[in-house]
Design a protein around this ligand. Structure first.
Ligand SMILES: NC(=O)c1ccc[n+]([C@@H]2O[C@H](COP(=O)([O-])OP(=O)(O)OC[C@H]3O[C@@H](n4cnc5c(N)ncnc54)[C@H](OP(=O)(O)O)[C@@H]3O)[C@@H](O)[C@H]2O)c1
Length: 290
């Protein structure tokens, strides 16, 4: 590996694992979401679960959505045991009719949604050369990672517009900025959501609605467990990633990323070939384990 590739690879590792995580003060999070309704998708595990717990502790009414009903019920018990208010809405969000019914159920239960966190997603890691007979990889990632969050935005935005206030957090990945190899289907779906979010954010800012694109780094959850090459890689805990999202509930930024991620974005514009080198360096580094 050339020195340039090594540097690029090291820079990428730092970006993925070394950000300083802003932890919101309990009091400021309580001021931001206390008494408000927060809908968290993908709440049964990983980052969504950790965030739901944090929102419950901050006094929000938390609406939990994911497929695994038992995991949601267990989480709801935990939130209630800590004095929180919670409702459980099992749903396969890939099914847009089921999603509509769930959105209606949440709105009927709570009247409106103040904060929507589009967190549920699936990741697929596969070379394009192994994907020619697997077009469903693209369809499945687009369905859950792009169409479902957009549809949920459409369901909760009318209430937010009426209230003249609301916040939507769309969970993306630093990969959207760094474009590592072998994740084309996943990154394509996340990049589509990113573009949609940024356009809607600009459109609705005057209406009192904020939309945050959250570019998360590597996080140790079920999502990365099947990828052996990530075993020793630096990664946040689910709680640290939830802290990032909780801080966004306080500050409501348009973009949320570790500082190095924003540098990466700038580098993508001024020196795109260096990022290509990063991608190739990663490919070589991980090639031996796959
Ligand atoms: N982990 C990382 O390294 C990483 C890095 C960057 C960005 N992110 C993003 O962060 C978010 C959370 O990721 P995570 O690592 O916490 O993932 P995770 O541990 O795999 O959890 C995914 C969550 O989504 C839910 N889900 C999956 N398919 C669903 C479906 N069809 N309908 C409803 N819910 C569904 C899962 O619950 P059920 O199985 O019960 O449905 C689970 O609660 C995702 O948007 C991901 O893209 C993760």
């Amino acid at each position: 590996m050339s020195t340039r590739s090594r540097l690029a690879s090291a820079a990428y590792s730092v970006t993925m694992g070394g950000p300083r995580i802003k932890e919101p003060q309990e009091e400021e999070l309580r001021r931001a979401i206390g008494g408000r309704t927060v809908l968290v998708t993908g709440a049964s595990a990983g980052i969504g679960r950790a965030l739901a717990l944090q929102c419950g502790r901050a006094g929000a009414t938390v609406a939990l959505v994911a497929r695994r009903e038992d995991a949601l019920a267990e989480l709801a018990e935990e939130i209630r045991a800590e004095g929180g208010t919670v409702s459980v809405h099992p749903c396969d969000l890939s099914d847009l009719e089921a999603l509509d019914a769930t959105a209606e159920e949440v709105l009927a239960a709570h009247g409106h949604v103040d904060v929507l966190v589009n967190n549920a997603a699936r990741s697929i890691r596969r070379r394009v050369t192994d994907s020619f007979d697997r077009f469903h990889d693209v369809e499945r990632t687009v369905q859950l990672n792009y169409l479902a969050p957009v549809r949920l935005m459409h369901r909760v935005l009318p209430g937010m517009l009426e209230a003249g206030d609301g916040h939507i957090i769309n969970c993306l990945t630093l990969g959207v900025l760094a474009t590592p190899p072998k994740f084309a289907a996943y990154l394509g779906s996340k990049a589509a959501l990113d573009a949609y979010s940024r356009s809607v954010a600009a459109e609705l800012v005057e209406e009192g609605i904020r939309v945050t694109s959250a570019y998360l780094p590597l996080v140790r959850t079920e999502m990365i467990a099947p990828t052996a090459s990530y075993d020793g890689a630096p990664a946040l805990t689910a709680e640290q990633a939830a802290n990032m999202l909780a801080s966004a509930m306080v500050d409501r930024p348009r973009r949320l990323a570790p500082p190095a991620g924003l540098l990466l974005d700038a580098a993508r514009i001024v020196a795109p070939t260096s990022l290509l080198t990063t991608g190739r360096a990663l490919q070589r580094r991980f090639a031996s384990s796959h």
